[in-house]
Design a binder for this molecule. Sequence first.
Ligand SMILES: C[S@@+](CC[C@H](N)C(=O)[O-])C[C@H]1O[C@@H](n2cnc3c(N)ncnc32)[C@H](O)[C@@H]1O
Length: 318
Amino acid sequence: MDAEDIENTDEEKKKQEELNLKLLQAIKNADIILVNQLIQEGADIWYRDDQVYDYLLEEGCRAELIFDGKKLLDSENNGVMMGWEQLLMEKHAEILCLRENLIENNEIDETNETNEINQINEINEINENVIELNILNIGFGLGLIDSAIQKYKPTLHTIIEAHPDVYKFMIEQGWDKKPGVKIIFGKWQEVLINNNNQLLEEEGEEQVLYDGIFFDTFGEYYKDLKEFNEEVVINYLKPNGIYSFFNGLGATNSFFHDVYCKIVEMHLAELGLEINFIEIPLDEIFNDEKECERIWEGVKRRYWNLNLYRLPICKFMI
Ligand SMILES: C[S@@+](CC[C@H](N)C(=O)[O-])C[C@H]1O[C@@H](n2cnc3c(N)ncnc32)[C@H](O)[C@@H]1O
């Protein structure tokens, strides 16, 4: 790199920093038009870790965040990306909803292969024997996992979602009218802790416990996941329930990812939970350079860099 390049890089950094500071200021002034404009110009919604994202979320982060979010999540812009995440979400749903320990009379044919289990007919047949299936999902996003969970006909399917536009989208799509679905709008921190337990049954004030809990909030950090485990999972999961989360821990680098997987295992063990991982290869998708380019096209912050997905299955140690 010669002196001119260094100067240019410094210049770019300075410009970016200015944009980011302007963005923070515009957010504080609640100047939505300017916020939108600055994000389009390249201001970073992840500036100062999650400070800006969080601010937008707290303040009912408006269209601009959804706009950015749509680049990541919207099926029209990123259909292929949905493809790879959908596969994972379907697997997560299967792990949470379809299991022998939910079956009253253990009538599962053990020779069933996973791909066969995926057939909707079989799901219905198997889950007919389940007395109760309560599932809690944190973070609706595009509703990929929630759509997959619905196939298992849960008795209670609670969804906690904090983003007003995502919430609006859920209502428009009729999610509030689906059988068993209970939507709670707000941050899980507010809904479930801070002495504000909104999961209590309205009539009997009885604590609902869940057979399956899933956590995928994006935009939050390991400390949030840890808090969720400590404050929510151990209080809301049935003794034989299964907890899982989107395992994007340190997923931009395989070394960090390995370390995080160990850390989460250690922290869960302190809470009396064991964790096992199902490994799902992603190399077919991510080894293909062209495919990769397509997946990440237009995405500001690439958040995945691994050829393997480690799907976590957490249970109370017996
Ligand atoms: C990556 S998306 C979830 C994707 C989802 N698993 C799916 O299958 O489509 C993350 C969602 O979590 C929501 N979210 C972020 N922080 C949250 C919080 N503290 N409480 C509740 N929802 C939150 C976001 O608004 C977003 O809709």
